[in-house]
Design a binder for this molecule. Structure first.
Ligand code: ADP
Ligand code: MG
Length: 238
């Protein structure tokens, strides 16, 4: 687990700035929801934290260490996307343990970590199946299993539930929350769904047009929105 410090981070694509000097302190073990309308810069910010996109200026620290120039593999983070891609020719166990195979982990370490992740997610009975034999929710659980197996300091989620139907989304919400309560891994969870953010997060960061509008605990934001935009987004009476 690790604290994350995002300090005055900017991102430009050619001459267009899409993230404007964002600063967000995140405590060790915190579950932070990053919310805001489509196109406001949530994924760009998450990809910069992951190291998948270079930052234009500013500083990102993970566990006290400046990571600006570190490649993704050296940042001790695991990311789960909306369009989780599982390898179709690999079993659930192989999909979950793939990163360990790349590291050259032993068979016993592989089995141990995959079994632990499977137990956490209730996937023990599915380890030998292939992705096409799974439901959407089960596939998303495997994608999370892949992240858990790596036992990272930080989880980054980019709208991981938005491809699921409404009922399953509600169920998975409490699973992800339960996962966090159990592992206490520092988590940044991007969503455009305010109910997801309100029910899951310790802290909500509301973004708009590449900037941060307000940061606070869910009920604080709901009760004391800084402006009309935050109130409208969270559905609180303005
Ligand atoms: P969100 O995840 O909140 O929907 P994004 O971070 O994907 O928003 O996008 C923020 C802004 O940056 C948008 O205006 C988008 O068009 C722009 N953008 C994202 N990626 C690129 C890119 N690779 N090149 C140019 N513009 C981009
Ligand atoms: Mg996005």
């Amino acid at each position: 687990m690790a604290a994350i410090d995002i300090a005055n981070v900017r991102k430009s694509y050619s001459s267009l700035e899409v993230v404007h000097g964002v600063s967000i302190p995140i405590e060790d073990g915190e579950f932070v929801a990053l919310v805001g309308p489509s196109g406001c810069g949530k994924s760009t910010l998450l990809r910069m934290i992951a190291g998948l996109e270079p930052i234009t200026s500013g500083e990102i620290k993970i566990g006290g260490r400046v990571v600006n120039d570190l490649p993704p593999k050296d940042r001790d983070i695991a990311m789960v996307f909306q369009n989780y891609a599982l390898y179709p020719h690999m079993s659930v166990a192989e999909n979950m343990g793939f990163s360990m195979r790349l590291r050259g982990a032993s068979r016993s370490e592989f089995d141990c970590r995959v079994n632990r992740a499977a137990e956490i997610l209730g996937l023990q009975h599915l380890l030998k199946r292939y992705p096409k034999e799974l439901s959407g929710g089960q596939r998303q659980r495997v994608a999370m299993g892949r992240a858990i197996v790596r036992d990272p300091q930080v989880f980054l989620f980019d709208e991981p539930l938005s491809n699921l139907d409404a009922k399953l989304r509600v169920k998975m919400r409490s699973e992800v929350k339960g996962l966090h309560q159990r592992l206490k891994t520092t988590t940044i969870y991007v969503t455009h769904d305010q109910i997801e953010a309100m029910t899951m997060a310790d802290k909500i960061v509301v973004m708009r047009d590449g900037g941060v509008e307000q940061v606070g605990a869910p009920l604080d934001l709901y009760d004391n929105p800084a402006n009309q935009f935050v109130a409208g987004f969270l559905g609180s009476p303005a």
